[in-house]
Design a protein around this ligand. Structure first.
Ligand code: NAD
Length: 328
């Protein structure tokens, strides 16, 4: 496991890189960033980093519990104070992301614009599906999926008008791969992936870039499932630099999914097997599916592809209409 001393060593290396005249720092001077759920955990690390690199930051946080109960202005205030003490520019917003228009309004009132939106706020209501209530389902969807939608919805007209915007949404490995006891959360998180991919397409011609990350970090949220040494080792500061990269004006990457944590970063994409095309002009029976099952699910036969758009994925279906058996 990584100790605090190791981590300080790593940060010192990073600082050395920063002061390296050959390495050009990615900065955000004159830009305005909204970070939701920035009163703690990952969001706090993003807000501190963006402010440190010159952005004016709206620190949004409702300040409730990790299960979404209560509210408190302290969470956001503490981070705003930290940023200001370090010489940065920040204001607090205490609204729920469900009131996305109020969050964006705070940016406009304080700084007159918005360039970067990091949707990060989140809660958990873990329960096995059999025990999950409608309230557990709805609250998690309202904060994660609807909250992400509402803040983007309010920022979008400004992004369109200025022909510029950078959005980073937050999914989870749990959304990509599933996890026992998290049907509500995994569904909402994969919903955010779909939202991201479509927004990347709709934003493209106006230079609005939208990506989604699945982070791993030790925070009060993961303290409920990780042992303390792991919470300590998985610093949110390992995740923040990817936000810095994706939020920058030089970034061309859009519509992509990244897993990030502990200093390790990777891109995730869909993979589809080569598939089996049955004659399109003949009836198809379940037993033919059974007879071809091994081939339908075979990723290793060298025919698997990675479709990168709905159009590309659709191609195989259209092509199969040309798959006509001679004796009909
Ligand atoms: P965290 O609990 O430390 O931070 C979440 C913050 O969001 C809290 O400060 C909370 O007050 C705030 N918040 C909750 N509901 C809100 C609302 N309605 N409006 C505004 N703010 C609200 O947790 P974290 O681990 O830093 O999580 C940040 C994001 O990363 C979440 O979306 C989470 O689902 C996601 N995530 C985290 C991990 C991880 O390993 N930590 C893994 C996968 C996904």
């Amino acid at each position: 496991t990584i100790t605090d001393t190791d981590f300080v060593g790593l940060l010192e290396q990073a600082k050395a890189l920063e002061s390296n005249p050959k390495a050009e720092a990615l900065r955000f001077d004159g830009q305005v960033a909204i970070v939701t759920g920035a009163g703690g955990g990952l969001g706090r690390a993003y807000a501190l980093m963006l402010a440190n690199l010159g952005a004016s930051v709206v620190v949004n946080d409702l300040g409730g519990s990790h299960t979404g109960q209560g509210q408190d202005s302290k969470a956001a205030d503490v981070v705003v104070e930290e940023i200001r003490k370090a010489g940065g520019k920040a204001v607090a917003n205490y609204d729920s992301v469900e009131d996305g228009d109020k969050v964006v309004e705070t940016a406009l009132k304080a700084f007159g614009r918005v360039d970067i939106l990091v949707n990060n706020a989140g809660i958990l209501r873990d329960k096995s599906f059999a025990r999950m209530t409608d309230q557990d389902w709805d609250l998690v969807h309202r904060v994660h999926l609807r909250g992400t939608y509402k803040v983007i919805k309010a920022a979008w007209p400004h992004f369109l008008k200025q022909k510029y915007g950078r959005i980073i949404n937050t999914a989870s490995a749990v959304g990509l791969y599933g996890n026992f006891g998290q049907t509500n959360y995994s569904a909402a998180k994969l919903g955010i992936v779909g939202l991201t991919k479509t927004l990347a397409l709709e934003g493209k011609k106006n230079n609005i870039i939208c990506n989604v990350i699945a982070p791993n970090a030790g925070t009060r949220m993961t303290a409920t499932v990780m042992p303390p040494e792991m919470v300590e080792a998985f610093k949110p500061e390992y995740v923040a630099p990817l936000i810095g990269y994706l939020a920058h004006q030089n970034t061309a990457e859009s519509g992509s999914i990244f897993e990030v944590g502990s200093g390790w970063i990777a891109k995730v994409r869909w993979q589809r097997t080569g598939g089996v095309g049955f004659p399109a002009n003949k009836p198809l029976y379940p037993e033919q599916i059974a007879a071809n099952w091994a081939k339908i699910v075979d990723f290793e036969d060298g025919r698997a592809t990675n479709p990168n758009s709905t159009q590309e994925a659709f191609q195989s279906f259209m092509e199969n209409f040309g798959n006509v058996a001679e004796e009909a």
